[in-house]
Design a protein around this ligand. Structure first.
Ligand code: GDP
Ligand code: MG
Length: 178
């Protein structure tokens, strides 16, 4: 048995940040339940959902996903929410430049106050609305690269790239030591 083949089970706190309405709750529900309900008033809120995935090297990752109950409006509460998070998913809506600016605010906040080895993803959601796109992918890629972030465009509606987003687990620093 080489160490590289030993199964590992990781538990990972993941938080979602971003403007209200960008689709954070829908991304979580798509990932955890495989559903999209455009009419539901989703408030995963106070509790969290969890979902376990297997990576190719026999590691399993149990995500403990913290969706927000209005952290968008109470920025002062945000540090309580992202404290101890190993992964932060910062979401914007590709049809909303304002939400992209807000995403950049959250990235700076996490760089200042998040744990130093936090793994961050920048996510352009609502990719199905590409006809109304107002944030260029190139611009977002550039920003993500400059900030050492993983970047992906998703659609919670069509499920496009949702599972790929959570493969960010491959970047966790724990996985390099063994
Ligand atoms: P949150 O405030 O960031 O949690 O946003 P929600 O998950 O509540 O979604 C806000 C609105 O955007 C809802 O009306 C969703 O139906 C819609 N929405 C979320 N994700 C998508 C998506 O990928 N595509 C489209 N077209 N609409 C989406
Ligand atoms: Mg929500």
């Amino acid at each position: 048995h080489s160490a590289a083949n030993d199964p590992k089970n990781l538990r990972v706190k993941l938080v979602l940040l971003g403007d209200s309405g960008v689709g954070k709750s829908c991304i979580v529900l798509r990932f955890v339940r495989g559903q999209f309900d455009p009419t539901s008033k989703v408030t995963v809120g106070a509790s969290f959902l969890s979902q376990t995935i297997a990576l190719q090297d026999s590691t399993t990752v149990k995500f403990e996903i913290w969706d927000t109950a209005g952290q968008e409006r109470y920025a002062a509460l945000a540090p309580l929410y992202y404290r101890g998070a190993a992964v932060a998913v910062v979401v914007y809506d590709i049809t909303s430049p304002d939400s992209f600016l807000k995403a950049q605010y959250w990235v700076k906040e996490l760089q200042k106050h998040g744990s130093p080895d936090i793994v961050m993803a920048l996510v352009g959601n609502k990719a199905d609305l590409h006809e109304n796109r107002r944030v260029l992918a190139e611009e977002a890629v550039d920003y993500a690269e400059k900030n050492g972030m993983f970047f992906i465009e998703t659609s919670a509606k069509t499920a496009d790239n949702i599972n790929q987003l959570f493969e960010i687990a491959k970047r966790l620093p724990q996985r390099q030591s063994s």
